[in-house]
Design a protein around this ligand. Structure first.
Ligand SMILES: Nc1ncnc2c1ncn2[C@@H]1O[C@H](COP(=O)(O)OP(=O)(O)O)[C@@H](O)[C@H]1O
Ligand SMILES: O=P(O)(O)OC[C@H](O)CO
Length: 495
C-alpha cells in the first residue's frame, strides 16, 4: 500500500489550514487556526503577517505530526492562498514593513476611480483580464510605497520584496532563499499581462511600481524550493502553488471548457473553465489564468460575490435571529415559499456582474407576518440569485454552457440551499465527496510535479460526487422568483 502523502497549506482569509492528503486524494490529517482581522479604519482590512506565518507553521506541524502517527510519509508540499492580499518585506530580514492589506480592503477606491476617469480601464483590462478595482494588489502595493515612510526609497534601492501570501510563505518556508510566485497569483495583481504571461512594463509604469520588487513567476507545478530544515526538521520540496479559487477548480477537476465550480465560504467565487484561450467578458466578469501546468495555460472566467456565508453570519451575529448557521436549513425548508421577502446583502457594495461599490444592503417585501424563517430563507436565496446573475453573465459572454455546477465551501452543508441552487439555475448541482477542494487542488498540483499523478485525467478520475441535486422547480415559479430578485436589485443599484 502506498503510504506517501502531500501536505496542502490553505492560507485563507479567516483561517490557516493544513491538510495532509493520501495518495488517493483523501484527507488524512487536518489542522486549522483562525487569526485576527484588523479593521484600522472604515473600509480597511489588514492581517498581521507574523500571525499568518505563525498560524500557518503551527497547523503544518500539527498536521505533519498526525500524518506521521498514522504512518504516512509526506513527500511534498502544495500551497494555496487567499489571493490579491498584498505584502511588502525587507529582503535582508524577511520582516514585513506593514500589515498585509487584504483583498477586501477598499482604501484605494478613490485612486482607482481616478485612474478610471483618466481612461485607463480599457488598457488595464485588456492586459490583465481584470478591472480597475481596489480588490487587486497593484493599488495596495502603490499605497504602501506612498504611505510608509522610506518605503519607496528602499524599494528603489532593491531592498524590499513584494508578494502575495503564497510568495511570502514560500520566502519564509525556504529560509529566505526563494522569491517566487505562481502564475495564478501573479494574474490577480493587476501588474501581470495574461497574454504575454509576464509582468507588464506599462502597468508597472502606470502604478509606479519598481520591477525590482517583483517575484519570479512559475507554472503552478514547479520546483519552488525546499523547506529550511529548521522549520519542520526536514527538507520538504514545495512543488505546487495556486490561488485558492483556482486550486478549488483543480480540486473539483474542472478540466474541460464549460466545467464550472462555485465555492460558498464567506464570499462566493464562480470559475468556469474557458480552455486554452482567454475570453474577454462583455459583462464585467474577470478573465483569469486557471492554471499553467508544464507550460500549458488554461483560462477561466470568474465572478465574485463578496457576501455569501457572511450574510448567514450577519443574521446570526448582528440580528441574532439564529444561533448557528445550520439552523437556516430547517427554517427555510419549513416555508412553502419566500412570502415575497428578498434580502440584497450588498453590505460592501455589489461585486460581479454589477460592480457597484456604493450600493448597500436592503430587505424588501416585509409584512406583519414576516418572521425569522422568511429572513433566513431570503438570506440563503440571495446567495443563489447572485450565483444566477453570474451564470447568466457567463452565458452572455459566450462561454460553453456547463452541464452541472460543482459546489464546495461551508454553505454547501445546507441541503435546502443546494436544492434551491439547482432549482433556480435549472442545472444539476454536484457536491463532491471531498469538500476541501481548495486544499485538494494544491495537493494535486504538488502530486503532479512529484509524479504521484501522471496527468490531470488521473485527478479527474479520483473526483467523486457525494450528492447530486437535480432541478425540480416549475419554469413559471422560477421566472417569478427571478423577477422579484431583479426588482430588489434595481432598487439598491446606484449606477
Ligand atoms: N449549514 C449552513 N448553512 C448555511 N451557511 C452555512 C452553513 N454552515 C456554514 N455556513 C456558512 O459558511 C461560511 C463558512 O464557510 P467556509 O468555507 O469555512 O468559509 P471561509 O473559508 O471563507 O472562512 C460561514 O460564513 C457560515 O455562515
Ligand atoms: O480566503 P477565501 O476563501 O475567502 O478566498 C479569498 C479569495 O481568494 C479572494 O480573491
Amino acid at each position: 500500500m502506498d503510504r506517501t502523502a502531500i501536505l496542502a497549506i490553505d492560507q485563507g482569509t479567516t483561517s490557516s489550514r493544513a491538510i495532509v492528503f493520501d495518495r488517493n486524494g483523501r484527507p488524512s490529517a487536518t489542522a486549522q487556526q483562525e487569526f485576527r482581522q484588523h479593521y484600522p479604519q472604515d473600509g480597511w482590512v489588514e492581517h498581521d503577517p507574523e500571525e499568518i506565518l505563525r498560524t500557518t507553521l503551527a497547523v503544518c506541524r500539527k498536521a505533519l505530526d498526525e500524518a506521521g502517527s498514522k504512518g504516512l510519509t509526506v513527500q511534498a508540499i502544495g500551497i494555496t492562498n487567499q489571493r490579491e492580499t498584498t505584502l511588502l518585506w525587507e529582503r535582508d530580514s524577511g520582516k514585513p514593513i506593514y500589515n498585509a492589506i487584504v483583498w477586501q480592503d477598499r482604501r484605494t477606491a478613490d485612486y482607482c476611480n481616478n485612474l478610471k476617469h483618466q481612461g485607463h480601464e480599457e488598457s488595464v483590462s485588456a492586459r490583465t483580464g481584470l478591472l480597475l478595482d481596489p480588490y487587486f494588489s497593484a493599488s495596495k502595493l502603490r499605497w504602501m510605497l506612498e504611505n510608509i515612510p522610506g518605503a519607496r526609497q528602499r524599494a528603489e534601492a532593491g531592498k524590499l520584496a513584494f508578494g502575495t501570501i503564497d510568495s511570502f510563505l514560500l520566502w519564509h518556508l525556504t529560509g529566505g532563499k526563494v522569491h517566487a510566485t505562481d502564475i495564478t497569483n501573479a494574474s490577480r495583481t493587476l501588474l501581470f499581462n495574461i497574454h504575454s504571461q509576464q509582468w507588464d512594463p506599462h502597468l508597472l509604469d502606470l502604478f509606479d511600481i519598481p520591477a525590482s520588487l517583483l517575484p519570479d513567476v512559475n507554472d503552478c507545478t514547479a520546483d519552488f524550493g525546499e523547506t529550511d530544515p529548521a522549520i519542520f526538521g526536514c527538507r520538504l520540496p514545495i512543488l505546487g502553488i495556486a490561488g485558492d479559487q483556482q486550486a478549488a477548480a483543480i480540486g473539483q477537476a474542472c478540466f474541460a471548457p464549460g466545467m464550472t465550480k462555485s465555492t460558498y465560504g464567506t464570499g462566493c467565487f464562480v470559475l468556469m473553465n474557458t480552455g486554452n484561450s482567454p475570453i474577454r467578458s462583455g459583462n464585467r466578469l474577470l478573465t483569469t489564468i486557471a492554471w499553467r501546468i508544464a507550460g500549458q495555460t488554461s483560462y477561466a472566467v470568474e465572478g465574485s460575490i463578496f457576501i455569501a456565508g457572511a450574510a448567514v453570519q450577519w443574521i446570526r451575529d448582528n440580528l441574532k435571529l439564529i444561533t448557528n448557521a445550520a439552523e437556516t436549513e430547517q427554517l427555510a425548508a419549513g416555508l412553502g415559499s419566500n412570502h415575497g421577502v428578498y434580502l440584497v446583502p450588498a453590505f460592501t457594495g455589489l461585486g460581479a456582474p454589477h460592480w457597484d461599490p456604493q450600493a448597500r444592503g436592503a430587505l424588501f417585501g416585509l409584512t406583519r407576518d414576516t418572521g425569522i424563517a422568511e429572513i433566513a430563507r431570503a438570506t440563503l436565496e440571495s446567495v443563489v440569485y447572485q450565483t444566477r446573475d453570474l451564470m447568466t453573465a457567463m452565458a452572455a459572454d459566450g462561454a460553453v454552457p456547463p452541464t452541472a455546477l460543482r459546489i464546495d465551501g461551508g454553505m454547501v452543508a445546507n441541503n435546502w440551499f443546494c436544492q434551491f441552487l439547482a432549482d433556480l439555475l435549472d442545472l444539476p448541482v454536484e457536491r463532491p465527496e471531498v469538500t476541501e477542494t481548495t486544499a485538494l487542488g494544491a495537493a494535486c498540483l504538488a502530486g503532479l510535479q512529484a509524479g504521484s499523478y501522471a496527468s490531470l485525467d488521473e485527478i479527474a478520475a479520483q473526483w467523486q460526487c457525494q450528492s447530486d441535486f437535480k432541478p425540480q422547480m416549475a419554469a413559471g415559479l422560477r421566472r417569478e422568483l427571478i423577477a422579484g430578485w431583479d426588482e430588489a436589485i434595481s432598487k439598491v443599484r446606484t449606477e
